[in-house]
Design a protein. Sequence first.
Length: 214
Amino acid sequence: MPRARAPSAAARSTCAPAARPACTASASTTSTSTTSTASTPPSPSRTRSIGELKKLVEEGKVKYIGLSEASPDTIRRAHAVHPISAVQMEWSLWARDIEPEIVPLCRELGIGIVPYSPIARGFFGGRGVTQQVSAESSLKGHPRFSAENLEKNKQLYLKMEELAKKHQCSPAQLALSWVLHQGDDVVPIPGEKTEDRLACMCFLIEVKCVFKKS
Ligand SMILES: NC(=O)c1ccc[n+]([C@@H]2O[C@H](COP(=O)([O-])OP(=O)(O)OC[C@H]3O[C@@H](n4cnc5c(N)ncnc54)[C@H](OP(=O)(O)O)[C@@H]3O)[C@@H](O)[C@H]2O)c1
């Protein structure tokens, strides 16, 4: 299967042409992004953005192009303008919407998949179940964290906890392992604020690599 170049961390920048001055400035000073991610505008303007980003690739100012929150149609059209290296979408045991269309499409086109919120925005870390969601948190407005749904989801969390005990890990690690297990073209980005947690998650990624080699 043809495979686009693997993504590095999907560094954000706004869509070209807005990205152009930033990339030019960045190239002439210190660091440059290796991946430029086109996000939010509707499809026709995204296709234009990819055309502009393509020019930045040709000028050596950007190495890879990624998309965030893109529809299958946008992915196809963007990829026709320039190979897309990675697509960033929510994917976890709690959010599996991308499985019917986006995942097969990315595989067909050889695009890497970068699942964001692989721990379900902290839910598999116990947020909303064993930990409170703070009143100021944006999650308060998220339907999945509404009181009614949390009660239902709690049952799911308890099952995960049981399974995690069996595998001698935490529910968050189990949730991340599930995402990591979806394929070698899948590179999740969990939200880690402490070194300990980051080390834990890196360990899981290393284990995956070891299994892959053996
Ligand atoms: N493209 C987009 O539209 C989009 C949208 C959302 C997010 N993202 C990106 O995706 C990345 C992660 O998103 P996210 O923060 O929603 O991801 P997440 O990994 O699903 O959730 C992060 C939360 O999980 C908790 N957590 C992390 N590791 C844990 C562990 N080992 N044990 C227990 N709890 C743990 C953390 O809680 P604590 O607060 O206690 O540390 C953290 O707040 C970010 O880089 C973000 O920018 C992109």
